[in-house]
Design a protein around this ligand. Sequence first.
Ligand SMILES: [Zn+2]
Length: 529
Amino acid sequence: MNSYLPKATHVAVREGKILGVGNLDQLSGWGEHSLNTRFADKVLMPGFVEGHCHAPEGQIWDHTYLGYFERYDPEGNLHPKLENMDNVLERLRHVDENMDDDDAPLFAWGFDPIYYNSERMTVKDLDSVSKTRCIIIMHTSGHLLNVNSLVLERAGIDSSTDVHGIFKDEEGKPTGELISMATHYIIQKVAGMPFFNSMDSRGLWRFSAIARRAGVTTATDLAASFDRDTLAAYREVTSKKEFPLRIVPAMRIQEMPIQEGIEKIKELVQSNSEKLHFGLCKIIADGSIQGYTARLKWPGYFKSSHEGAWYVPPETLIKMIDAYHSESIQLHIHTNGDEATEVTIGAIESALSNKPHSDHRHTLQHCQMAEEAHFRRMAKLGICANLFANHIFYWGDQHLEQTMGPDRAVRMDAAATAKRNGVNFSIHSDAPVTPLGPLFTAWCAANRQTASGRILGEHEKISVEDALRAITIGAAYTLKLDHLLGSIESGKFADFAVLEENPYEIPQEYLKDVKVWGTIHSGIPYPAE
Ligand SMILES: [Zn+2]
């Protein structure tokens, strides 16, 4: 990613930074040195940068994984895929039987009925696992919960409860499916809700273990509440010499008064260190496409009459963007649907006319349904895109068949169009929504293959070179850290992804299979031996 020296045999490191790049002879000019040949048969790339993930990927593994796809936990154990609802219930039964404390609630996550022909899970299903232990399941999207009858009983939810977001069957009885903040709050009070807890140090260490295994040396925590415990945990781990990750947290600002948010982020930036970079603020404008909560322009969803949801009403969104922008604070804004993208571009355009800024780097996160006209405006206005390339594999089939239809599905996460129009872009996993793994994400953008094996949008494929740029210097650019990391260049941090194979020398369909040995962070190899 170093334009002057795209390839080299040696790199010199001093005090955690890159001293020089070249061959041994050239680098020897720096004086006395020790030569480390440990990685002579490996390939060093700049450490990967995950521009959109969430640190709870570390602690969510304290709870049972219920995903349709197999997945590795922070300790490297593989959790096999659950192919149908029976498999899901079997795993829950197994966990229930092996829990020591009979009164402890069973929490599980990663469930997504869209893979089971949208068959709904009910109270009856979960009661067949246990009627004496509270069971709470969070769907992959994070927006829906399923609970058993004991939880409903303790929460006082029955046929007569009139709270928005309680699903009921034909007889008016609650099905155990709950979908609103109001219902989640009730459940949190009676059974707890560990998914929304603040981060602790142990969770961040586990997050760093997942990152190391994926070659990631810098990762965002892209919508944290910045409560006292979370801030203390960030500081604690990043002050440790042996913590192998730079964290770039973004403050979730939509629930805060604007002035308070502006003051808080300005104060936090003062305490930035080499491994902890405050500065970003995050707004979530709309919902998710597979949950039918993304805001779409006409003609809307393909096989549904849902209208989508604004998580922030457009008037408020426009006001917030203008206020933060006028203080030169960088915004990362989640926009999934094309209407949300359009409104946000308009809001940034008007904020820019109120206060010009030549290098704001506001970034549209996900930006999945942007059309070419949007990318043209984004390029003009200096707006970056961080595209959700993993979506193509995980939900591409569902988008083609159910949510978007064949024509609009092919333009999802349009990396080739972004590049052609000169938009600075990155690609991401949104872990824990999909697993952290930039090489897999790059594979998605280069191959655009869905889980069923179809190619979704031949014309939006990008080259391996561009995909690898997107997970290194491209992501660093969206975080305003490209002067410090993202390429192997003199003066930058000595952060490397250590690979067993050269991703430039294999057929691009194998990009996801390149083995990651580990990372080197600030010049220190992980794992150590
Ligand atoms: Zn996210």
